[in-house]
Every structure is written in C-alpha cells, then in structure tokens.
Ligand binder design. Sequence first.
Ligand SMILES: Nc1nc2c(ncn2[C@@H]2O[C@H](COP(=O)(O)OP(=O)(O)OP(=O)(O)O)[C@@H](O)[C@H]2O)c(=O)[nH]1
Length: 444
Amino acid sequence: MHILLLENDPLDATLTSVVLEKAYNRAVRIARVSSLEQALTALRREEADVLFVALQPAALRLQAIRRISHERPATPIIVLVGEGEDESAPEAFAAGAVEFLVKSQITINWIRRAINFAIHRKRMLEDLRATSNHIHNIINLSPDAIVSADARQNIALFNVAAEEMFGYAAKDVLGKPLTLLIPEALRAAHVGHVQRFAEGPAISRRMNERGELQCLRSNGEVFPAEIAISRLQTPDGPIFTAIIRDVTERKRVEAQLLDLAMTDPLTGAANRRHLFEVAELEIKRARRYGRPLSVLALDIDNFKPINDACGHAAGDQVLLRLTVACHEVLREYDMIARIGGDEFVALLPETDERRAQALAQRLVDHIAKIRVRFQGKELQTTISIGCSVVADDDTSIAEAIERADQALLQAKRDGRNRVVTYAQRGQTRAGTPPAAAGTGADKG
Ligand SMILES: Nc1nc2c(ncn2[C@@H]2O[C@H](COP(=O)(O)OP(=O)(O)OP(=O)(O)O)[C@@H](O)[C@H]2O)c(=O)[nH]1
C-alpha cells in the first residue's frame, strides 16, 4: 500500500503516519508532503493508492482537493479535518474527495475501513465516468437526433445529430421548452401526447400509431420525422428521451417511387396499371350512382414517318406535346394514360356518348392546330380517336377499351384525323368528318 500524506502540520503528520503504519502492520509506504505543488510532483512521479489531504486552513485544503482531483482524477482523496470542521464535508466531496475523516476520531479500524471504501468508491466513480463518456460518445455518434426533456418539458439533452437536424446549437436550446421543435399548430397535441405517455404504464413506445410526427427546424421548415420515446424516472421527476429520425428523404423517394409506379416516364401521363386501377373505381362509382362513363382510344396518325424523318427524339417531343394537349382539352377529373407507343386512353367520368364524342372532337381539332418545334423544324400531326361508353355488362374497362380500339381502327380506315364512336352490335358511327373539324362539335 502506498499512501501520500499532504499535511502542513508536522506533528499531525507524524500522528497520522503512526496510525497508518499500525493499521497496515507496517506493510505500508507513506510519503509525506506539505504543499500542493509537492503533492502533485510526487503523484506525477508515482501514483498513490490513496492521498490524504489534511492541509490547514480549509481554503488551502479545498484548493488542493480541487486541483489534484482535476489533474489526477484516478487518485482516491481522503480529507482529514480538525475538530469542528464537519460542515466542510459537502464542499470537499463536491471538489472531488471520496472520504472525509475528523483527525481526533481516527482509529486503526476506522482508517482501514475508510481507505478500503475510498479506493472502492473511486473505482466505481471511475467506472461510472467511463460509462458515462461511452454513452455520451454513442449519443453523439447517433445519426438520429436524441433529445431529452425534463418533467417540465424543457430540453435537457440535445445531441450532435439534433443540432444538425433542427439547426440549433445545443447550448442555445438546453433549458428551453421542447415545443420549440414542434410546429405551432401541433404543440397542444404534442403536449397531450407526452402527458398521456407520462401517465401511462409504458416506459417506451412510438409516439403515435405510425411513430410519425411533424417537427420544426430553426429556419421554420417543417419536416416529417419518425419518433420513439422513452421515460426514465429520476428523483427529480421523469425524463423523456426521444429518438428522432428525419424521414424527409425517405418520403421523397417513396413519393417518387409511387409516382414512377403510376406514370409513364416519357410523358408523365398515367400508365396502363394506374389507368386500370382508377377505372375499376370509376366503374364501381358509375354503377352505384347510375352515371355514364366513357373511354377514348387515341392514336397518332402516321407517327412512324415522323420518327423516320426526324428521329426518335422528335417523336418523343410529339408524344409529350400530345399529352399536354390532352390535359389542355380534357377536364381535371378526366384521366389520360399512355398504354403503348403512340396509343393513349382517356377515361371520362360523368360522360355519356354524345359528350365523349364532343370532347374527342375538340381534342382532334386542337391537335391538328398544334405545331411542335424541333431543331428548327415544325412538326405537325393529327390523331384519330375511337369512343365507347362503359356498358352495364362490362366486367372491366378492358372491354370498353377494346370497343374504343375497334372504333379507332375504323377512324384510321376512314382516313384518320377524326372521331368514330363504337355503336352497339359492333357498329361504328363516324363523328364529325375532318373537313368539318372544329365546327359543329359539341363543346362539352
Ligand atoms: N419517338 C417515339 N416513338 C415511339 C415510341 N414508342 C413507339 N414509337 C413509334 O411509334 C410508331 C408507331 O407507329 P404505328 O402506330 O404502328 O403507325 P403510324 O405510323 O402511327 O400509323 P397509323 O397509326 O396507322 O396512323 C412506331 O414508329 C414506333 O417506333 C416512343 O416512345 N417514342
């Protein structure tokens, strides 16, 4: 056992040394120093198992404890004080001492127990400090924001990821209300959530069914986040810790994927799958309310020569412009889908045969007037359209599209740039002839 004794009263130093030697049957090495600097020099040369600090007056003693525990955090410090100095114990512990003895009360057993306790306690404190540093590092390594709030819902912990996510420095938000991180409109609901959680039996859970919440950055931006919270009971009341994941990017990708799954990448029109999904719902709605539903099958006339003469890129521009033209003529609740190379289908809710034919004719007329500019050239095209109405006994939209296709073929045979409507019993009925395009058509 190696003990360092920092004592500026030589007589007391001798008395303490005698007790220590007796306590350890002389199996102890005691080094005596009388000033803080000497103690530090001795400790730098050789670590002591225990350091006794018995300096007088109290201020000198306190200063020594502070400095040594700062510079030599692993050294267990036992404070020795004179009679009547008991009240200085809390200060000594706060400064870093682990044990406190009054000189006149020292006995052999007492000092042995105090040394054992001091060594043990110091080790525990060191372990605690290492664990706490470790946890602190993990918290700051986390890519998710970790934010704790005290019982009054003031921010008590704000990790590095939280600083980046919310745009605040930890020092600026510690002690501030947690609601700082919640959009104003949701603050009351949030406080309710936390209160219900505080009163409930669970110690950890996701914030709501989907664990999702809207959060607020310092620049006012609202972002979606996934949140899990836990509650820790402490003597000062509960502490709530939230792990917050910014899901903005994930949501964006999800929306993009959803969009990709529903749309044709070249034109942005709906794709076949989406058309069929929407058509199924529209058919149900039309039957339930006894409303008409029509489909148009559209195809560009002589599209191949455009591709052949001007290249595929020029053809793509025509397809794109055709889609835009459809949106210009059709109503907001109509749907236009690209189902093949230059084949489109329009789904027209609340539209009977006459109105479908009129809309189709407007589309044919509109397209005929459009000129698509491509690399200094002006491309002109026309379209042909076949119309059909969804019949009561149709099992899917495919049957109505099939009939519209037959009418479309007839339109092609009749000379293109026109509308033909499929009539019952396989008949087709021509719409407005091309010569009269743009005149006499019902404008819907
Ligand atoms: N630029 C471009 N062309 C495409 C695309 N998909 C298909 N095509 C072309 O579209 C043309 C389709 O031609 P068809 O519909 O068979 O014939 P058409 O020349 O339009 O003649 P009609 O339909 O009889 O009036 C072919 O040349 C295909 O190569 C595409 O994504 N981009």
